[in-house]
Design a binder for this molecule. Structure first.
Ligand code: GRF
Length: 209
C-alpha cells in the first residue's frame, strides 16, 4: 500500500511509521511522500535522512480548499492509497476527505471523544482526569471525530504538567499508530457506522492450527 504522511512539525510519529514500514512491521507498504505545510518542520529532515521524498506546500494566504487541492494533487499523482496525519496542524477541507474516503487516519493525544482540538494534555490535567492516552481514528469532516481504530490509556500522575503528560502519551503513540496502520494495510479494519472492527484473517483464526 502506498502511504503518504502529512506533518507540520517534529515528526516523531512519521518516523515511527517510516521505520515500521522499512522494517516490515507494517508489511507490503511504502511511504512514498512526506508533505508538510511548514518549510521549517523538523520532521522534513528526518524523512529525507530516511530516503523519503518530501514536499512543502505552504498555505500562502490561500483558502483551505485551494491549499488542499495542491496537497491532493501531489498525493494522487503518486498513487497514495492511505494518508497518515502525524502532527499535521490544519483541518482538512471536505473536498480532501471526499477525495480519499476512509483513507485518512490521524493520531490524537487524548482518549477521544474527550479533549479534541489543541492543548489537550493541559485540558486533561485541568479537568482532573486520572486516565488519558492516545487515539488513532479515521478522519472525517469534523475535528478529531471520525471512527476510532485504536486507543491506548496512559495514567495521569499527580505531579504531571502538560509537558510530562505529553511525553508519556507520546511514548505510547508511536506503537499505537504503527499497530493501527499495520491492521489497515493488511486489510483487517472494517468500518460499520461509527465503529471499527478488526477481522481475524482466516489463517490465524482460533482453532485453525
Ligand atoms: C502528537 O502528540 C500527535 O498525537 C499530535 O501531534 C503530536 C505530533 O508529534 N497530533 P510528532 O510531530 O509526531 O512528534
Amino acid at each position: 500500500m502506498k502511504i503518504g504522511i502529512l506533518i507540520s512539525g517534529r515528526g516523531s510519529n512519521m518516523v515511527a511509521l517510516v521505520d515500521a514500514v522499512k522494517s516490515g512491521e507494517i508489511p507490503d507498504s511504502e511511504v512514498v511522500v512526506v508533505i508538510s505545510d511548514k518549510a521549517a518542520a523538523a520532521g522534513l529532515e528526518k524523512a529525507r535522512e530516511r530516503g523519503i521524498e518530501t514536499v512543502v506546500i505552504g498555505r500562502n494566504n490561500r483558502s483551505r480548499t485551494e491549499h488542499d487541492e495542491d496537497i491532493v494533487r501531489e498525493l494522487l499523482s503518486r498513487g497514495v492509497e492511505l494518508i497518515c496525519l502525524a502532527g499535521y496542524m490544519r483541518l482538512l477541507s471536505p473536498d480532501f476527505i471526499r477525495a480519499f474516503p476512509n483513507k485518512v487516519v490521524n493520531i490524537h493525544p487524548s482518549l477521544l471523544p474527550s479533549f479534541p482540538g489543541l492543548n489537550v494534555q493541559q485540558q486533561a490535567i485541568d479537568h482532573g482526569v486520572k486516565i488519558s492516552g492516545c487515539t488513532v481514528h479515521f478522519v472525517d469532516e469534523n475535528l478529531d471525530a471520525g471512527p476510532i481504530i485504536l486507543q491506548k490509556a496512559v495514567e495521569v500522575k499527580d505531579g504531571d504538567t502538560a509537558e510530562t503528560l505529553a511525553a508519556r502519551i507520546l511514548e505510547q503513540e508511536h506503537g499505537t499508530y504503527v499497530e493501527a496502520v499495520r491492521q489497515i494495510v493488511t486489510g483487517r479494519v472494517r468500518i460499520e457506522g461509527r465503529r471499527t472492527f478488526f477481522d481475524t484473517p482466516a489463517e490465524t483464526a482460533v482453532g485453525k492450527r
